[in-house]
Each structure stands twice: as C-alpha cells, then as structure tokens.
Design a protein around this ligand. Sequence first.
Ligand SMILES: Cc1ncc(COP(=O)(O)O)c(C=O)c1O
Length: 466
Amino acid sequence: MTHIHVAGEIHVDPAARAPHWLSVPDDVNALLPKLWSRNVDKSADGVLEVAGLDVDRIAAAVGTPAYVVDAADLKARAREFAEAFAGWQVYYAGKSFLCTAVARWVVAEGLGVDVCSGGELAVALRAGVDSALIGLHGNNKSEEELRTGLAAGVGRIIVDSFDEIGRLQRLARYLEVRPRVMVRVTTGVEAHTHEFIATAHEDQKFGFSIAGGQAAEALRACHESDVLDLIGIHSHIGSQIFDTEGFEVAARRTLRLAADFSARCGVALPELDLGGGFGIAYTSSDTPATPAALAGAMRAIVDGECAALGIAVPHLSIEPGRAISGPSTFALYRVGTVKKVLLDGGSSRLYVAVDGGMSDNIRTALYGAEYSATLASRRSDAPPVLSRVVGKHCEGGDILVRDEFLPADIAPGDLLAVPAAGAYSHSMASNYNHVPRPPVVGVEDAEITTLVRRETIDDLLALDVG
Ligand SMILES: Cc1ncc(COP(=O)(O)O)c(C=O)c1O
C-alpha cells in the first residue's frame, strides 16, 4: 500500500526520510506526555514505570510482548466521559477492547457497554453488566446473536438492515418480547480520517441512508411493527475524529429526520445516539479534545438544532471506545534484532525488530496508522536515529511503528514501549504465523493483575483437531 507520509527530499541528516510531522527530539529519552497514560513516567535512569512499577519487573513477571493497562487511567477516562456528558448515557464501545474486568470498570463509572457480536455480548454478560445497559450492534447479526440478545433483554438493539428488521420481528414474536430498537443511519458525513474507518458516507456497508430515503423507511417499518419498540436514531460517523464539525452535520441531519418522522407519524423519537470516534494522540501531531470540550460543543450543537427545528431535545447517548481504552495502555516488546538499512541518497533507517508484530497490532499494516515508541529499559546518550519498529512475522508489511527516532545504540535485549496501544490492538489481534496472542495486564498501586492471559502454543494446538 502507498503510505501518505512518505518523506520529502532525501538528505543525509537524521531527519532525512522522516515524515513532515516528526522532528528530531532534543532528548530521545523524554516522554511526550500526551502520548502516555497519566501514571506513566521514566525514572532518572530512563526506565519506564507505570503506577509505581517499572517495565523490567513487568516483563519479568508476565513476559513480552504484553499489553500493559494503566488501570486507574482507564477508569478515570471513563469517569471523565460520564461526568462531562452528565445527563447523556455513555456506552463504552467494547470493540475497542473488551474483557470482563474492563466491562466492570466502565460500568462502575456509570457507563453502559456497546457490543457488536455474540462474543462481545458474552463477555459483557459474564462481567455481570446489567443487560439494560447493553447496546447490541452489528451490520449482519446472526439469528443466534439476536436470539441471545433478546433472551438477555439487552437495553437496545441497533438495527442495520431491512433483513435484520424482519428477522428481529420474527424472533421477538417467537420469544414474546418487545425489544427497544434504534435505527442506524448514514448521514453522508465523511469523517476526516482514513477511508476504511470513516463510516457515515454513503458507499459503505453500515446503516440506512438518510439521503436515499431508506432511513425514513426503516423508521416507519419499526414504528409500524407490533413487536418492536422504536426508541430512536443512531449515527456513527467514523473514528479518530478531532473536531466536532462532523458531529454538527450528523446531528443536524439526524434531528431533521427525527422531526420529519414525528410530523409524519405523530410520535416523537425519544432517543438519539451520536456514536463514538473521538480521536486520541498516537503521535506528536495528534491533538485530541478533552471530554469536557467535546461535551460542551456537542450539547450546544444539539440544543441549537432542536431549537431551530422546534422539537424537544431527545435523550442523548454516545459510544466512545478508543478515547477510553486507547491511551491507557502501552504495548511492551523486547528487541530481538537491529539492522541498519542503507537508503538511496546516503541516508539510512534502523530496523528494530521486536518479539510481536502485526498479529498483536494490525492497524499500521491494515490502514497506515501511525504510532510512536520509546526505549523503555534504560537511558541512552546515543544520538536519535530514524527507526522503524517491525515485528517477527513473515510479511514485509509487518510494521508496528513506521517512523520514530530511537537512540542509535538500541540493541537486542532492550525493552521498547509503544503508547496508545489499548484500542483495536488486542481486539484485532490474530494468530498469524501461529504466534500466540500476548496477555493484557492491568497495573494499579504497583500491583499487576492479569486481565487476559497469554495464549500458549498448546492453546493453538488444542484447536487443531484434524
Ligand atoms: C457504531 C460504533 N460506535 C462506536 C464506535 C467506537 O469508535 P471509537 O473507538 O473510535 O470511539 C465504533 C467504532 O467503529 C462504531 O462502529
């Protein structure tokens, strides 16, 4: 794939081949605070610490690679969303990362949980999440997933196709239940992000189009159903969004749809969900908004639109995932090999290969996501050199961090940490090359708790029953 941040001119200086947003650091050991969770720091000798525990001890206890969650930080992010959006319901998007502990943590902070498969639903239920606080998503929910959701009594099912509306009605009649449903719509807003993760423009698989009229039709079908309880409209415009302009257009279009519906059908839709997608800092070039700033802007948008349309403000909800799970976690790797690769024009790049790779974080290979990294196990006085952190897989595109300045003396045995690795890393992990998935460990008050244990080769072999 072509990467959009390829270097400009080739010079034989440390920044040759660096993307425009990456500058040579004054101190290669320093942490950029916005990339790290709040309980992470480095000791005077350069060792990364989280919640009072240094990475040497974490690596000794659980091995590498590992996802290390700053537990208090994740809880605080959930709390900040709940507080900033008080009066709205905040659902944590479990697809970003879900395990029973995290489900319990976010619920304890007042959040609900949004799931998008039978597997995620099973985790939320096993965590003891009140089913009324669970939202069930998915563009192709199976009959079994719908049946499980209905039997559990999930608080809302977000319907995504006419096929699903039919299937859901049939199951609801059979089970004699009356599910609360929201209609997922596409607003035509294309979030300012990578094409593959912008979901509200028209040419994609999610939702019913407002512009095409299917959204109004789906609302009518749910409203006229004898077994569905239509509660509102759902819109998710994409991910890694940094400003509220996209939400403004989405709110305007969904509220107009709600107003039209109520004028036509004589009933108001009580709820509106504006989805997730709030951006986080993966690199120095990302500047995320705080939940308080987002909440202020989004409240003003909704209030203004409702006043203009002359309708009551519905009960609102949002579904942040990455903004809660992402920044709280770093991935910890052990460096295995280091190679200096000469590039044309006399510059070079250091290839730093670690003991994980695209199987524990596919985002760089999948859609060119950018990450940062730091030498985590010691201080270095060596100069910064342009480096690429790669994995151990048999694939040239097995890149974890495309561009970063690391100390020139980085060597096998060093620990390397990649911040903002909590969202869509473990949840999108695979067993490519039969590499077992790393564990997820929480650290709080200098204590390690294993949240998801490391897979073993035996786990993988146990699946091979042929
Ligand atoms: C419907 C829906 N809600 C919420 C989210 C969470 O997005 P993010 O993790 O970027 O906040 C997603 C992500 O794909 C989504 O599809």
